[in-house]
Design a binder for this molecule. Structure first.
Ligand SMILES: Nc1ncnc2c1ncn2[C@@H]1O[C@H](COP(=O)(O)OP(=O)(O)OP(=O)(O)O)[C@@H](O)[C@H]1O
Length: 280
């Protein structure tokens, strides 16, 4: 008996030789991303570090197909999602930002259910299924008892939970998080890291997560990618196999401290003196 040989599955998301240049007001061309190739084959948490202004957000936008107003696509190179060229914002991709972008005039529940007010989602997900998902995700992020409150009545951490819940309710395969916990206090940030690990375990996806905090990268990352100063190139890319949760004693192990020093060394060499943070 024979079985058909399955072709290898395409990576979930892949950037191939992406170059991004911006035209400056004085007519000069600013090269921000310089031939970046990164492959995200499987679900996992991928941490992206680099000096301030090197092009991390630009790279995230290219991955997510979200074009800045003055750019239509990477200058050269291409992003592929499940093997297909990504021409614009993709249904499997959601972005989460530091400024949680919650609608102030909507309750927590309405904010989380917001994607389903758009035709493309309403077509794909029945109202009953949408309500079920919203209830579940509110439970998962610990906001079920706040669902009738408004963003102004919530703390920063709770607002970020709303943003995370709104992202997860669409069950994205790719979750792009641009410094999502950057504005939170240390304790809330630790809580949110634990929440993200739990949510990722229950709903695996490719997460690409920008941070300036080396400890956050080591605590969360299955993989850590470091970009150089502008124009950004990949200068380091390594995996971490230690299972989650990773605690303080783990961070203090000599081999983990060495990893931390390695990343800090790259960032310092790139001139990122002021922005390198190690939070523990
Ligand atoms: N739409 C745009 N048009 C022109 N220049 C841009 C545009 N977006 C970003 N830039 C420039 O590209 C460079 C990289 O910006 P980007 O926001 O990607 O960096 P970053 O690494 O995310 O920065 P930070 O760590 O400070 O958030 C900066 O010099 C910025 O001024």
């Amino acid at each position: 008996m024979t079985t058909a040989i399955q072709p290898p599955a395409a990576p979930i998301v892949e950037a191939r030789n992406v170059v991004q240049e911006y035209a400056q007001p004085d007519g000069q061309i600013l090269r921000v991303l310089d031939d970046i190739s990164l492959c995200f084959a499987h679900p996992g948490i991928n941490m992206l570090l680099g000096p301030s202004g090197c092009g991390k957000s630009t790279f995230m936008k290219m991955l997510g197909g979200v074009r800045p107003w003055n750019v239509k696509a990477p200058t050269t190179g291409q992003v592929f999602i499940e093997g297909k060229p990504c021409e614009g914002q993709h249904e499997n991709t959601i972005m989460v930002f530091q400024q949680y972008n919650n609608r102030p005039d909507m309750t927590v529940r309405e904010n989380v259910a917001y994607p389903f007010t758009f035709n493309e989602w309403a077509r794909r997900v029945s109202r009953q299924e949408a309500n079920k998902r919203v209830d579940e995700v509110l439970q998962e992020v610990g906001l079920a008892d706040k669902c009738e409150q408004y963003p102004a009545q919530l703390s920063g951490g709770q607002n970020q939970r709303v943003a995370l819940a709104r992202a997860l309710v669409t069950q994205p395969k790719i979750l792009l998080m641009d410094e999502p916990f950057g504005a939170l206090d240390a304790q809330t940030r630790t809580d949110m890291q634990s929440l993200l690990i739990r949510l990722h375990r229950d709903h695996p996806s490719v997460i690409v997560f920008v941070t300036h905090d080396v400890s956050e990268a080591l605590v969360l990352g299955d993989r850590v990618i470091v970009l150089s100063t502008q124009p950004a190139k990949v200068i380091d890319d390594f995996g971490i196999s230690e299972p989650h949760p990773r605690n303080l004693p783990w961070l203090e192990r000599p081999e983990v401290r060495a990893l931390s020093e390695r990343v800090i060394g790259h960032l310092r060499q790139s001139g990122a003196r002021g922005q390198v943070r190690v939070s523990v």
